[in-house]
Design a protein around this ligand. Structure first.
Ligand SMILES: [Zn+2]
Ligand SMILES: [Zn+2]
Length: 239
C-alpha cells in the first residue's frame, strides 16, 4: 500500500523570532487557525497572520515568469505584424512593377498629356491639375479597363500583365476624353470619339481621323482602332 502523496508543506511564521513557525500546506482556509499566530494576536488584540517566505518567493517567481511570457508573446506578435507589413509592401511593389512593365509609367503620361486634354476639351472648367488617377493590376481579365468620374475629377485604370504600352496609353486617353468631352453621362457618342482622336493625335502623333474610328460599329472595336493607331505611331517613331 502506498501512502497517498502528501501535498508539499511550507513553513508559515509570524514576524516575531520568538514564536516558532509551523508547517502547513500552501493553501489555508481563511478560518484555519494555522494562519494566525495566537500569541501575537493575543498581544495585539487583532488577528496576526503568519506568512510563508518560501511561498511568497515562489509566487513572485511565477509572476515574473508570467510577465516574461507576456513580453515574449508581445514581441512575437509585433514581429509577425512587421513581417506581414513587409510582405504586403513587397506585394505592392511587385504589382507596381508588373504594371510599369506592361504599360510604362502612366503617371508620367498623365502629367504629360493633361495640358493637351485641356487644350482640346470643349469644357472651359477643366482643372489645371490632372485628375486623381488610380492604377491597379488586373489579375483575371485580359484587357485594360478604365473608368472616369466626371464630377470627382478622378479616373481608374486596371492593367493586366498582358497589356502593352499602347493599350495603356489608349485607355488613359479614353478616360481623359470622358472628362474632356463635356458629357456628364460619360457616353460614347460621336463628340466623345472626336475628342479622343484629337487627344491621341496630339499626344502620341497618331495618324487617325474620327471617321476611321466611327466607321467601326462598337465601342470596343473603336477603342481598338485608337490603340492600334497609337501602336503604329510608336512603331514608326521607334519606341
Ligand atoms: Zn507571533
Ligand atoms: Zn468609355
Amino acid at each position: 500500500m502506498s501512502a497517498k502523496a502528501q501535498p508539499k508543506r511550507y513553513r508559515w511564521s509570524c514576524a516575531s523570532p520568538d514564536h516558532p513557525g509551523i508547517l502547513a500546506p500552501s493553501r489555508l482556509r481563511r478560518i484555519d487557525l494555522r494562519r494566525y499566530c495566537i500569541p501575537c494576536s493575543e498581544a495585539s488584540g487583532v488577528l496576526v497572520e503568519r506568512t510563508s517566505a518560501a511561498l511568497e518567493k515562489k509566487r513572485e517567481t511565477k509572476t515574473d515568469q508570467r510577465k516574461a511570457k507576456a513580453k515574449r508573446q508581445t514581441q512575437t506578435r509585433k514581429k509577425r505584424r512587421d513581417t506581414s507589413t513587409r510582405q504586403r509592401s513587397r506585394r505592392q511593389d511587385a504589382r507596381a512593377t508588373a504594371i510599369t512593365e506592361a504599360v510604362g509609367d502612366l503617371d508620367a503620361q498623365l502629367k504629360r498629356i493633361w495640358p493637351i486634354v485641356r487644350d482640346v476639351s470643349p469644357r472651359d472648367d477643366l482643372p489645371v491639375a490632372p485628375p486623381a488617377m488610380k492604377v491597379t493590376l488586373r489579375t483575371r481579365e485580359s484587357f485594360v479597363s478604365g473608368y472616369a468620374w466626371y464630377h470627382q475629377h478622378r479616373i481608374h485604370i486596371g492593367v493586366p500583365r498582358s497589356a502593352d504600352h499602347s493599350e495603356g496609353c489608349g485607355t488613359l486617353a479614353h478616360e481623359l476624353a470622358h472628362l474632356a468631352a463635356a458629357d456628364r453621362e460619360l457616353g460614347h457618342h460621336a463628340a466623345f470619339w472626336i475628342v479622343l482622336v484629337d487627344i491621341v493625335c496630339q499626344a502620341y502623333g497618331t495618324v487617325l481621323t474620327p471617321e476611321e474610328v466611327l466607321s467601326e460599329p462598337t465601342k470596343y472595336l473603336r477603342q481598338q482602332v485608337v490603340e492600334q493607331a497609337i501602336r503604329d505611331a510608336r512603331a514608326s517613331a521607334g519606341v
